[in-house]
Design a protein around this ligand. Structure first.
Ligand code: SAM
Length: 273
């Protein structure tokens, strides 16, 4: 059998379609999500319904966002799920999660086996809505999960780790081998739980400043901070903030990046250079 065909659907590479086929893994993911009646559950990329069906069984209503028109149409006519679903046939990258949370009258619980080709930008899109989100459970490339959870002084620690941990508590849930999908992806996968902080551990004045600093620091990750961020912070300022300029981007904690961001927000003249 052509392994790109699953349940009569030809998997589209451009939509990152790798369908879950392993009932043990599916059960484990649904148990981790633990959907409850009355919650505002939202699935990104329901595909052929591998997660949608068992989650939908436990609920009266479920919202799904699916870009592939054929798959969205299939779900619409699904015998038991169809009537429970609100289907948005659109790109999750441009979806307004705050508006949906307002309509549902509660923060959203978002989950999905994400298309890997857009998983990082999609997560950044979701981070901008964390005040409208209760939690998120995502299947991702294992390497991306490693980056999300990584702490300082490790190779995997980067801009994604800092930004994810600024917004959320990040908890790895389980690892998933390629054979659990049809077609099998070339990489290992893992499920992660992201819980937006109810109270920010390291509040920043302006998250765009944090985003800029991490982009510049990790853009030159082999350089010392003195080199990569010297145009924004003098040696004296770094020292006063307790950040050693001879360190590299990967040695700086989330708390320290937030401190640097707050100093820069308070000194906008230093951002001009
Ligand atoms: N949930 C199904 C499963 O676990 O078997 C399918 C997962 S598959 C990895 C990713 C799904 O996301 C596909 O159904 C694909 O069509 C859909 N998709 C791809 N890009 C999307 C986007 N930008 N917005 C919404 N859905 C998208």
């Amino acid at each position: 059998m052509n392994n790109r065909v699953h349940q009569g659907h030809f998997a589209r590479k451009r939509f990152g379609q790798n369908f879950l086929n392993d009932s043990y893994i599916i059960d484990s993911i649904v148990a981790a999500i633990h959907p409850q009646r009355g919650e505002a559950m939202v699935e990104i990329g329901p595909g052929l319904g591998a997660l949608t069906e068992p989650v939908g069984e436990r609920l009266d209503a479920l919202t799904v966002i699916e870009l592939d028109r054929d798959l969205a149409a299939r779900l619409q006519t699904h015998p038991f799920l169809g009537p429970k679903l609100t289907i948005f046939q659109q790109d999750a990258m441009t979806f307004d999660f705050a508006q949906l949370a307002a309509e549902r009258g509660q923060p959203l619980r978002v989950f999905g086996n994400l298309p890997y080709n857009i998983s990082t930008p999609l997560m950044f899109h979701l981070f901008s809505y964390t005040s409208a989100i209760k939690d998120m459970h995502f299947m991702l490339q294992k390497e991306v999960v490693n980056r999300l959870v990584a702490g300082p002084d490790s190779k995997a620690y980067g801009r994604l780790s800092v930004m994810a941990q600024y917004y959320c508590q990040v908890i790895p849930v389980l690892e998933v081998p390629p054979e659990s999908f049809t077609p099998a992806p070339k990489v290992d996968s893992a499920v992660v739980r992201l819980v937006p902080h109810a109270v920010q551990p390291h509040p920043v004045e302006n998250v765009r400043v944090l985003s800029r600093i991490t982009t510049e620091a990790f853009g030159k990750r082999r350089k010392t901070l003195r080199n990569s961020l010297g145009h924004l912070f003098s040696a004296e300022v770094m020292e006063n903030l307790g950040v050693d300029g001879s360190l590299r981007a990967e040695n700086v904690t989330v708390a320290q990046y937030c401190q640097l961001a707050n100093w820069l927000s308070a000194h906008p003249e230093s951002q001009e250079s």
